[in-house]
Design a protein around this ligand. Structure first.
Ligand SMILES: [Mg+2]
Length: 233
């Protein structure tokens, strides 16, 4: 059936469609603030947000700075007074109302939830938005527990993050755990730092991130059929 007992899934771009959510929420916030969106603005926001998240994961900026800076960097500037935190709140309100699955994710989880495996979500996202999206998507049907970094006080790839999960599950044997995710800097590094196996995931039609060859990756899966084969080997 499976050589693992516990599967720890990343949320964004592994189970839920973050790109779609981000676009929906960003357009909502831009509209709330009386501005017009464009593909260029959406692209710029996505870039800025990603680089700020990397800085946050490295501990260079705080969560509050991340929330504020991502909007002030893109929409502020000389003569443009933007309340970054207020715009962030509008963005998060819109985001918390979405629960978009990556195509195929829902039936994949449904199948897997009927096995003996214990399934968990591990996410670095913000508590308010992730809780809303998890509720909207109805993920409680499939997984036993969701670990959200903001509530844990630890961020992937900090090995303390997995220590808390191990403590909850009560099984210190790391060979029973498999971490599945799309990010080298958070998911794959977490597995490396925790001595657990991992599967780098890319949704169907997506490519693996640049530089993945440099990491100690147990498996790679492109799409949910391949991921199912990895988990149920
Ligand atoms: Mg992810």
């Amino acid at each position: 059936m499976s050589k693992y007992r516990y599967i720890l899934f990343d949320l964004d771009e592994t189970i839920l469609d973050f790109k779609k959510t981000e676009q929906y929420a960003l357009r909502g916030a831009i509209s709330d603030f009386g501005m017009e969106s464009s593909p260029e603005i959406e692209e710029l926001y996505s870039k800025v947000n990603k680089s700020l998240w990397l800085r946050f994961e490295k501990g260079e900026i705080t969560r509050e700075e991340l929330k504020r800076m991502r909007f002030e960097t893109v929409f502020g500037g000389p003569g443009k007074d933007i309340d970054g935190l207020a715009m962030n709140q509008s963005y998060m309100d819109h985001m918390a109302q979405t629960g978009f699955f990556i195509p195929g994710a829902e039936s994949f989880l449904e199948k897997l939830s009927k096995t003996d495996l214990r399934l968990f979500i591990i996410t670095n996202g913000l508590s308010y938005t992730q809780s809303g999206r998890i509720r909207e998507a109805g993920l409680a049907r499939f997984v036993e527990k969701v670990f959200i970094s903001e509530e844990m006080g630890r961020v992937k790839p900090d090995p303390e993050y997995t220590e808390q999960i191990i403590e909850y599950i009560g099984d210190p044997d790391r060979s029973n755990y498999l971490i599945v995710g799309d990010s080298l800097s958070s998911d794959i590094m977490l597995a490396e730092n925790s001595g657990m196996d991992c599967c780098l995931f890319a949704a169907e039609g997506k490519t693996f991130p640049a530089g993945y060859e440099l990491h100690d990756i147990t498996y790679k899966a492109n799409g949910y059929d391949e991921l199912m084969a990895v988990i149920c080997q």
